[in-house]
Design a protein around this ligand. Structure first.
Ligand SMILES: NC(=O)C1=CN([C@@H]2O[C@H](COP(=O)(O)OP(=O)(O)OC[C@H]3O[C@@H](n4cnc5c(N)ncnc54)[C@H](OP(=O)(O)O)[C@@H]3O)[C@@H](O)[C@H]2O)C=CC1
Ligand SMILES: C[C@H]1O[C@H](OP(=O)(O)OP(=O)(O)OC[C@H]2O[C@@H](n3cnc4c(=O)[nH]c(N)nc43)[C@H](O)[C@@H]2O)[C@@H](O)[C@@H](O)C1=O
Length: 312
C-alpha cells in the first residue's frame, strides 16, 4: 500500500485524483484542508511532509482561474503558485519522498507555438500576456522537478494538462474558466427566458477540453512508470472554437436563444492544441466523449445547486 499525499484534494482535479486513488484500492490517501495546512507556509509544509512521510506527493493545489482572473490578479497567481510548488518540492526532498508529480498547464507554451504543441516548444518564444504570470510559475514548477531529478536523483516529474472540466468546477461568473462560466450563464438565461447570451471575445479562439476523470487516470498511469518523461502533455488531441463550444453548451442546457460575442473582452491564445503523441506512446489515451462529459458536468452543476455545494 503506497501512501499518497494529494495536495489540493478539495479542488476539481484533486477530488478526481482522490476518487481514482480510492477506486484503485492500493493507495492510502493523505489530505489536508487549507485550514489544516496553508501551502504558502513553508515551515508548516516542511513539517507536514516530514511527519506524514508519504511515498508519493501529487501537487494539484494551485491558485487557478480563467482568463479574467489570470489577467486581473497576476501577482497572486505568480507568488502563490511559485510558493506552493517550491514548498512542496523542497519539503518532499527534505522528507526523502521518492516521487512527486507536479501539475502544470498548457499555457506554459508560447502564444504562437506550432500546432499541435510538442513538449519541446517550451521556452522557444513569447508567452500569452493574459496568463504570463501563471505560466511562469508553472514553468518554474516543472523546472524544479526536472532539476531536482537531475541533481538529487529523485523521481520528480510533471504533467501538463490542457483546459479541464468536470464535477466540482468553479462556477464564479468572472473568475472561472470558459466551460463552467458558460454552463452557468446559459442555465441562468434558460431559467430567465432570456433572448440571448453573450460570450467573451470573438468566439474564434480554439481550445481542447479534457475531463478530470481522464486526467486522474493519466496521472496514476504516469506514476506507474519507472522512468516517466520530465514533463508530458495530457490532452485529447482535438479542439473546437469557443463559438462551437457555446453552441454545444446551449444545446446541453436546452437554451434556444441567440449567441452574441463581446470582442471587447480578451480572446487569449488563438489556439493551444496539445501534441499528445508522447503520453500515448507510454500507453495512456483519453476515453471520455466530450458531449457525454459536458452533459455530466451540467448534471453535476444542477446537483451542486440543489445541495448548496456549488462554487459560485
Ligand atoms: N482547471 C483547469 O482547466 C486546469 C487546471 N490545471 C491545473 O490543475 C491543478 C488543479 O486545478 P483545479 O482543480 O482546476 O483548481 P481548483 O481551484 O478547483 O483547486 C485548487 C485547490 O488548491 C487548493 N489550494 C490553493 N491554494 C492553497 C493553499 N495556499 N493552501 C492549501 N490549499 C490551497 C484549493 O483549496 P481550497 O479548496 O481551500 O480553495 C483547492 O482545493 C492546478 O495545478 C491547475 O493549475 C491545469 C490545466 C487546466
Ligand atoms: C486552462 C487555462 O485557462 C486560462 O486560459 P484560457 O484557455 O484562455 O481560459 P478560459 O477558459 O478563461 O478562456 C478560454 C476562451 O474562452 C473565452 N470565453 C468566452 N466566454 C467566456 C467566459 O464567460 N468566461 C471565460 N473564462 N472565458 C470565456 C475566452 O475569452 C477565451 O478565448 C489560463 O488563464 C490558465 O488558467 C490556463 O492554464
Amino acid at each position: 500500500m503506497k501512501k499518497i499525499f494529494i495536495a489540493g484534494h478539495r479542488g476539481m482535479v484533486g477530488s478526481a485524483l482522490v476518487r481514482e486513488a480510492e477506486s484503485r484500492g492500493d493507495f492510502e490517501v493523505i489530505t489536508a484542508t487549507r485550514d489544516q495546512l496553508d501551502l504558502l507556509d513553508q515551515a508548516a509544509v516542511f513539517d507536514f511532509v516530514a511527519a506524514e512521510k508519504p511515498d508519493i506527493v501529487v501537487i494539484a493545489a494551485a491558485k487557478v482561474g480563467g482568463i479574467h482572473a489570470n489577467s486581473t490578479y497576476p501577482a497572486d497567481f505568480l507568488y502563490e503558485n511559485l510558493a506552493i510548488a517550491s514548498n512542496l518540492v523542497e519539503g518532499s526532498r527534505r522528507a526523502e519522498v521518492d516521487r512527486v508529480l507536479f501539475l502544470g498547464s498548457s499555457c506554459i507554451y508560447p502564444k504562437l507555438a506550432p500546432q499541435p504543441m510538442p513538449e519541446d516548444c517550451l521556452l522557444t518564444s513569447q508567452l500569452e500576456v493574459t496568463n504570463e504570470a501563471y505560466a511562469i510559475a508553472k514553468i518554474a514548477g516543472l523546472k524544479l522537478c526536472q532539476h531536482y531529478r537531475a541533481q538529487h536523483g529523485l523521481n520528480y516529474h510533471s504533467a501538463m494538462p490542457t483546459n479541464l472540466y468536470g464535477p466540482g468546477d468553479n462556477y464564479h461568473p468572472e473568475n472561472s474558466h470558459v466551460i463552467p462560466a458558460l454552463i452557468r450563464r446559459f442555465h441562468e438565461a434558460k431559467e430567465a427566458d432570456a433572448e440571448s447570451v453573450t460570450i467573451w471575445g470573438t468566439g474564434t479562439p480554439r481550445r481542447e477540453f479534457l475531463h478530470t476523470d481522464d486526467l486522474a487516470k493519466a496521472c496514476f498511469h504516469l506514476l506507474s512508470l519507472d522512468n516517466p518523461p520530465d514533463w508530458v502533455n495530457v490532452g485529447v488531441g482535438d479542439d473546437i472554437s469557443i463559438h462551437e463550444l457555446a453552441e454545444l453548451v446551449a444545446e446541453t442546457v436546452g437554451f434556444k436563444g441567440e449567441i452574441l460575442t463581446d470582442p471587447t473582452k480578451p480572446d487569449g491564445t488563438p489556439r493551444k492544441l496539445m501534441d499528445i503523441s508522447k503520453i500515448k506512446a507510454t500507453g495512456w489515451s483519453p476515453a471520455i466523449d466530450f458531449r457525454e462529459g459536458l452533459a455530466a458536468a451540467y448534471q453535476d452543476f444542477l446537483a451542486s445547486l440543489e445541495t448548496g455545494a456549488a462554487r459560485l
